[in-house]
Write a protein that binds this ligand. Structure first.
Ligand code: ADP
Ligand code: MG
Length: 694
């Protein structure tokens, strides 16, 4: 391989390139825009655009595009070439500051949840200078936000940037109280990405995978993940070649791809980057997902990002590691070594505890999609109930503070906040507690509910905003206190007492926990349909408008989009199932029934006793075939009803109650039929073929 440090970021217009190619004054001015959000002057933009264009052309680019993240959850781009006529029949390569700053894609076909009627297809993209431009497929990509002309956010990046601002504002107020030196606080994110790789030829022969990205039928193979032999197992050569190329592609565009390994399920893998500022991390995760798909095809593979592609083996998640750091390099979730730092750590910890407890609904909503619902609560992913894992030691320390009793750690200490250093508690390395939705892992929180296919923008918008809100309440109280230390101790104690019900260190998969969580009054929102209505509760409207993250209108539009997408996905899956059952499975089973019936007749004609196996199989297949056609009819009718009622707010409940259960019913019958139908009759590749390719 090439020299990696040289390769890394070679297609990124990063700080180093800026410094090298921009006049000093322009570079300084751009740096201020990046760091402080100052407005960018058009004369500066013109110089930057010229330098970017020249750099991009040297790297082989011919086009530029504003690269943005509409509400579809994936990225969008519209390419324009630098080519401009010079008036003499020739062309010159041009790119202006205006084109850099602002783009106007025809926005009518992006989901807007009613914010922008299709007849006024106007929306614009604006350069986000806090994320570096880069080159992809011969185009200079300019990371951008996407807004309506009324200023409403039509994308996932705008609210993210607003939420980062909110958490910065409130965290800075707290740091000021402690006298901690910093100009800026920023959320950091490291998103671990799980995915499946399957052979493209096999994949292409399954309508459900091609259309829906997940299997809707399929009997369990003889071996799933029971032997636990895939996790961290040796990587097979074909996959290894894919991973190598993926890393190189990612490094070129500046993605800090770090860790790769096999995951629990057969042909499931994971990639983890080194964490970075939330905005960059989210852009990079989008790039990672896109690059995974592209590179897989070059290796005759398909990368499946859907959350639950196969029943019976684990689905894929995207663990969102989150922390707050200052521009001076301090991690605010790292327990400090001095008493005062510790008190500050405890306060930030309390803010997160309070935030998670008060806004369980929002965390659940931030990961609510039709695909992820199949994963949450299955015995492999965190449950749909939100709780927090702090580890036994830290929990014991908090309990001691709460009860005002000494903490019996390595030595007995009466914890006095702001005076004593926290007893050292080991990072939980042995008991990682994979079952917790929101786990403290030493100096960061790991939110494990996000699904593998989704943008992690939403979860981070929510985490930033709810933590900002709790920090705001803390700052309001402490700024007015007559004695800071007493007020601080009192606040920490009160917060622990009020919100410790959210802390749970046990097994999140167990039924006991479901009962215990109900006893504690924690929310259990098993499906997206259950969760979404809460998005626009008064509490949430107040929260988001208070921090200027969403207007009420924006919030409602997002709720509509999520609602509609939930119903659309389920309806499409249901109709795909009907298609496969009607056109592939039933005819195949019918053909096998005929084959068996002919066998029966032939054996009888030969004067021999018909084998039991033949008659039993024949009988059962006829029953299953009837069951399938009955549920097929109902399912088709209900799926079409759902499609006609997409805008209706009850559509989600209808899908939950009247479509999903029928899909399961149809699947059960089909999967059983698969197990007793002769292999050569089955119309598409089985789970065995998919999961154990070479
Ligand atoms: P695992 O949870 O599988 O053991 P790792 O410990 O390898 O994973 O790291 C998980 C992710 O957390 C990585 O992407 C890493 O960069 C990220 N991470 C580490 N420290 C922080 C931090 N302070 N803030 C945010 N993310 C972090
Ligand atoms: Mg992890």
């Amino acid at each position: 391989m090439n020299n990696i440090p040289e390769l890394f970021g070679s297609l990124v217009f990063n700080r180093e390139v800026m410094k090298e190619r921009l006049p000093e004054e322009v570079y300084k001015s751009l740096k201020h825009t990046i760091q402080r959000g100052d407005d960018l002057d058009i004369t500066v933009a013109n110089v930057v655009a010229e330098a970017m264009k020249n750099w991009a052309i040297e790297k082989g680019a011919t086009h530029y595009t504003h690269w943005f993240q509409p509400m579809t959850g994936i990225t969008a781009e519209k390419h324009d070439s630098f080519v401009t006529p010079d008036g003499n029949g020739n062309v010159i390569m041009e790119f202006s500051g205006k084109e850099l700053i602002k783009g106007e894609p025809d926005a009518s076909s992006f989901p807007s949840g009613g914010l922008r009627a299709t007849f006024e297809a106007r929306g614009y993209t604006a350069w986000d200078p806090t994320s570096f431009a880069f080159i992809k497929d011969g185009s200079l990509c300019i990371p951008s936000v996407f807004c309506s002309y009324g200023g409403e956010a039509l994308d996932k990046k705008t609210p993210l940037l607003r939420s980062m601002e909110a958490v910065n504002d409130q965290a800075m107020r707290i740091l000021k109280l402690f006298g901690t030196e910093a100009d800026h606080v920023e959320p950091n994110v490291g998103a671990e990405q799980e995915y499946f790789l399957v052979d493209k030829d096999i994949f292409d022969r399954r309508e459900d995978l091609v259309v829906c990205g997940r299997t809707l039928f399929g009997a369990k193979p003889p071996k799933g993940q029971e032997l636990e032999d895939h996790y961290f197992g040796a990587i097979k050569p074909r996959v290894s070649a894919f991973m190598k190329e993926l890393d190189e592609e990612l490094w070129k565009v500046g993605v800090l791809s770090k860790t790769k390994h096999n995951e629990a399920a057969p042909c499931q893998h994971e990639l983890a980057p080194v964490y970075s500022s939330a905005n960059t991390a989210i852009d990079h995760n989008q790039l990672t997902m896109e690059t995974m798909k592209k590179v897989a095809e070059r290796h005759g593979l398909v990368c499946i990002l859907q959350e639950k592609p196969f029943e019976g083996v684990n689905g894929s998640g995207k663990h969102n590691n989150w922390s707050l750091s200052t521009n001076k390099g301090a991690n605010l979730l790292s327990p400090g070594k001095k008493p005062y730092d510790n008190a500050q750590f405890l306060l930030f910890l309390c803010a997160v505890i309070k935030a998670v407890d008060e806004h369980q609904d929002l965390l659940r909503i931030s990961v609510a999609t039709a695909g992820n619902d199949h994963r949450l609560g299955a015995n492999e992913a965190p449950p749909a109930i939100v709780s927090m894992f702090l580890g036994d030691e830290l929990t014991a320390i908090l309990n001691a503070i709460d009860e005002g009793v000494p903490y019996y750690g390595p030595e007995k200490t009466q914890m006095e906040i702001g005076v004593h250093v926290l007893p050292t508690f080991p990072k939980d390395t042995t008991d990682r507690n994979r079952t917790s939705p929101f786990a403290f892992t030493g100096n960061k929180f790991e939110f494990r509910m996000p699904g593998s296919a989704m943008s992690v923008a939403e979860p981070n918008v929510i985490i930033n905003t709810i933590v900002a809100d709790c920090l705001m309440q803390f700052a309001d109280e402490l700024e007015n206190a007559s004695d800071f230390r007493t007020a601080l101790s009192d606040l920490i104690r009160r917060t622990i007492k009020a919100h410790k019900r959210i802390i749970f260190n046990g097994d999140g998969y167990s039924d006991d926990w479901k009962r215990e969580a109900a006893r504690r009054g924690l929310l259990n929102l098993p499906t997206t349909a259950d969760a979404l209505p809460l998005f626009t509760s008064q509490k949430n409207i107040d929260l988001f408008t208070r921090h200027k993250v969403f207007t009420e209108k924006e919030l409602r539009s997002r709720q509509d989009i999520m609602q509609e997408s939930y119903c659309k996905i389920i309806a499409i899956e249901a109709i795909t199932m009907c298609d496969m059952a009607g056109k592939d499975i039933l005819p195949a089973v019918g053909a096998y029934i005929r084959h068996l019936a002919e066998t029966v007749n032939a054996v009888k004609a030969a004067g021999m006793p018909v084998p039991h196996h033949t008659t039993e199989t024949l009988k059962r297949l006829i029953e299953l075939s009837d069951e399938m056609s009955a549920s097929l009819k109902l399912l088709r009718a209900n799926a079409e009803h759902a499609q006609r009622n997409l805008g209706n707010e009850n559509c989600g409940f209808f899908c939950r109650d009247s479509v999903l259960p029928l899909m399961l019913e149809l699947r059960r019958a089909a999967d059983e039929a698969e197990t007793i139908t002769e292999r050569s009759f089955w119309p598409f590749p089985t789970y065995g073929d998919l999961l154990y390719y070479n």
